[in-house]
Design a protein around this ligand. Structure first.
Ligand code: SAM
Ligand code: ZN
Length: 443
């Protein structure tokens, strides 16, 4: 096998700060034009495989070395979810080409090759200091079929992700799955990712912009995602909805429609990840893209349609304009996951023996089961923290299970939230939740 490397960035970016992005306009490399070749297998720049002495790691049975790259063990679940989704895609379509636009040490690329059986992976990272590490990791991938062995299965480049994706678009070199695992907000990459994605392809987006989702810089979230986001008790779910909403907005400009297959929040970082399926088509009338409110006085949340913008009021204010209402949007207000799809992922995780306490790795079974539960279409956006219910009811925090059983007995839908451990998703009004908490305390 020939290993292909493109070096296009000079100087390399510094070690990763929390918010980091490469602006191609600041780059002075004269070799960036090398990327005009659409099919990386036509590139002929070669290098030797590096032997690195850095610590070896293992993830779901695959050995690799992080080297000096930005690598987090805590992101293993995000990589699990990506590998499962990519594998489902390969099984249903028969082929899979992946662009790992910010690959770090290349562990994801390796997992897409080995676990998802990708036919081809383009591993790109702006930092060319990671070159030897990425090559060393991908070189561990072996094909046992002679005909397959002759094909170029992967390529490594070092360029700005937007540049790579734009070049792909110009060369009509489209990918089935594009993974953008960036720091901070990735909204600057969404448009070019759509351009380089096949129709019905998958776009795996990551954001670590916890300040924006927390409502601490609404003008920034407005610029990045087109959403004015204010502080809300379920801000980490708002983070996912802000990210999907931003992607919906960009997609509609291009005549595309996106469907979230799964959405995942992790407190390390924090990290917001969404897997979107992208198709041509109009945004439906029930667009799942609007405004949400939270009332600081009574604790109720509402979805507000675009037509209702001039008439926003909380029932606790008897139709009067409510100064107690906090409104954010426009955001994605539809389901965070596709139930059938997440069930398929769960089945595959079980088949691969990633599920259950015996598996070596994070508890993906528990996460996927919670995602199935919270994708019940009867459940609205947001979640209610039991501490808030307790504080409003002036009682101790009620046991989660008892609270859920009582809500079910009252005829409402309820589930846990994968985002917050002591919280519930429910269509039961806050006033009734408060009453139930009081009753539980008395009994
Ligand atoms: C969160 S790390 C990637 C981690 C990796 N995907 C994993 O799963 O271990 C983000 C990476 O993006 C790279 N990066 C940042 N901005 C970039 C840009 N504009 N274009 C390409 N790579 C970039 C950084 O060098 C860094 O390695
Ligand atoms: Zn109210």
């Amino acid at each position: 096998m020939t290993f292909l490397i493109l070096k296009t960035l000079s100087p390399p970016p510094p070690p990763p700060p929390p918010l980091f992005s490469l602006n191609p306009r600041n780059l002075t490399s004269s070799s960036s034009s090398l990327l005009h070749c659409s099919n990386p297998s036509h590139l002929t720049l070669e290098t030797n495989i590096a032997t690195s002495e850095s610590q070896k790691e293992t993830e779901r049975g695959l050995e690799f070395e992080p080297g000096d790259s930005f690598f987090r063990h805590e992101s293993a679940i995000g990589r699990d979810l990506g590998a499962l989704a990519a594998s489902l895609y390969k099984k249903s379509k028969g082929s899979l080409r992946v662009l790992d636009a910010m690959c770090g040490c290349g562990v994801r690329s390796l997992r897409y090759l080995v676990q998802s059986e990708a036919d081809f992976v383009w591993a790109n990272d702006g930092n060319e200091d990671y070159n030897k590490t990425i090559i060393s990791n991908l070189s561990t991938f072996r094909v046992h079929d002679e005909a397959e062995e002759k094909k170029k299965k992967w390529v490594v480049t070092h360029s700005d992700a937007n540049r790579v994706m734009t070049e792909c678009y110009l060369n009509r070199d489209y990918f089935d799955l594009i993974d953008i695992d960036s720091f901070g907000s990735e909204s600057t990459f969404i448009r070019s990712a759509y351009d380089a994605l096949k129709l019905d392809g998958l776009l795996y987006l990551t954001s670590t912009d916890g300040y924006s989702s927390g409502g601490h810089r609404p003008h920034h979230s407005l610029a990045s995602y087109g959403a004015f986001v204010r502080p809300m008790p379920f801000s980490n779910e708002v983070g996912l909805r802000m990210l999907i909403g931003g992607a919906v907005r960009e997609a509609s400009v291009l005549g595309f429609r996106v469907t979230p297959l799964f959405s995942y929040y992790s407190y390390h970082g924090p990290v917001f990840r969404v897997m979107l399926q992208v198709n041509r088509g109009k945004v439906p009338e029930s667009r799942n893209y609007g405004f949400i409110s939270y009332c600081t006085q009574c604790g109720s949340s509402q979805e507000i349609s675009w037509h209702g913008l001039g008439r926003i009021s909380c029932p606790c204010s008897n139709g009067e304009v409510s100064s107690s209402l906090v409104v954010s949007g426009p955001l994605w207000t539809g389901p965070l996951h596709d139930t059938a799809y997440v069930k398929e992922m769960l089945n595959l995780a079980q088949e691969w023996e990633w599920a259950g306490s015996g598996s070596k790795g994070p508890d993906i079974e528990k996460l996927l089961t919670q995602m199935v539960d919270e994708s019940d279409p009867k459940l609205p956006f947001g979640y209610i923290k039991l501490d808030e219910v307790a504080s409003r009811a002036k009682v101790n925090s009620p046991p989660l299970r008892s609270m859920m059983s009582s809500i079910l007995e009252e005829g409402y839908a309820v589930s846990r939230s994968h985002i917050a451990s002591n919280a519930i998703k429910t269509n039961c009004p806050m006033s009734l939740c408060i009453q139930i908490a009081k009753n539980l305390q008395q009994s």
